[in-house]
Write a protein that binds this ligand. Structure first.
Ligand code: MG
Length: 312
């Protein structure tokens, strides 16, 4: 066996975490009162996190957890230096988000046609046509449009998703003016190999579009995936306080990567996030109280590495 030289790219010094607990997290939990949502949002705004996905503007019948999005957002304390964003499913939602004052807005399409049809009763191609119009609407109102590509690493109905298919979708939304693309590991099927394959396929064709990664820890691979993406120069990641938000396809399974797990690892690697880990753990405890269920975060269970007492 010959020796192999492994070249490792220098890791970034700063990572931008977008906290998605108030939206993606709470949307996948049992509904909690408006006041509780405001408390969580406010606690997170005080952690030093620079981006928060605050709410989604969806039809209350479809997602009752977000029925009070307008009121939550009105009552939340907006902290200087924090960028708040909202997720919208369609034009109606985009108009509500714009009226509420959001200037960073996310829309979702699924790389899997079956998943997209089950979610919004439209093909991926039809949704991409809608998104082109949404991007125009948002840009006309001086807002940024991020396109989240769900099931980028695999689909619960179709299984593997060809990275070339995801790269085609990126080509399309870049042509339509998207300001950023995000890749969602909707059901936690991602692995470092799949992250590598996807980022290679996308970067070969679109080197310049800002990329954000949204990992789930359903099968324990979220931090490994994050590390792999860092080696590709990706610096933007979603994470959810406490690991809030289960897996919609596997009751009882964990979903979103816990923010404090990501922050704990990144800080130990000398990578800045701007986040105060103690304040974040406080927010995670609050999230656990408010949802009245144990959250899957390893840091919540064990405490941070620095809290360990030395072995006698
Ligand atoms: Mg998620």
């Amino acid at each position: 066996m010959g020796s192999e030289v492994v070249e490792m790219r220098e890791l970034p010094g700063v990572v931008s975490i977008r906290e998605v607990g108030p939206r993606d997290g709470l949307q996948n939990e049992e509904p909690i009162p408006t006041e509780a949502k405001v408390r969580l949002l406010d606690a997170l705004s005080r952690t030093g996190v620079r981006r928060i996905e605050a709410v989604s503007f969806v039809h209350p019948k479809a997602i009752p957890q977000m029925a009070d999005a307008d009121e939550v957002w009105q009552r939340a304390t907006k902290v200087d230096g924090v960028r708040y964003s909202a997720l919208v499913p369609n034009t109606r939602g985009a108009q509500r988000a714009l009226a509420a004052g959001f200037t960073e807005i996310e829309v979702v399409v699924s790389a899997s046609d079956t998943h997209n049809r089950r979610n919004v009763n439209r093909s991926t191609a039809e949704s991409l046509d809608d998104i082109a119009e949404l991007i125009d609407l948002l840009h006309g109102a001086s807002a940024q449009a991020e396109v989240i590509i769900a099931t980028s690493f695999g689909c619960p109905y179709e299984g593997d998703i060809d990275p070339a298919r995801v790269a085609d979708i990126v080509d399309r939304v870049v042509a339509d003016g998207a300001d950023r693309v995000a890749f969602g590991d909707t059901t936690g099927m991602g692995t470092p190999r799949r992250v590598r394959d996807l980022l290679t396929a996308v970067r070969d064709r679109n080197a310049d579009i800002p990329v954000l990664l949204h990992f789930h820890n359903t099968r324990g691979t979220a931090l490994a995936n994050l590390l792999t993406a860092l080696e590709f120069g990706v610096t933007e990641f979603d994470a959810s306080v406490g690991g809030l938000g289960g897996c919609p396809y596997a009751p009882g399974a964990s979903g979103n990567l816990a923010t404090e797990e990501a922050v704990h690892m990144l800080h130990d690697m000398g990578i800045d996030t701007g986040i105060d880990l103690d304040a974040l753990i406080g927010a995670a405890r609050l999230a656990e109280d408010l949802t009245a269920r144990p959250l899957p975060s390893g840091i919540l269970r064990a405490g941070p590495r620095t809290a360990l007492t030395p072995h006698p």
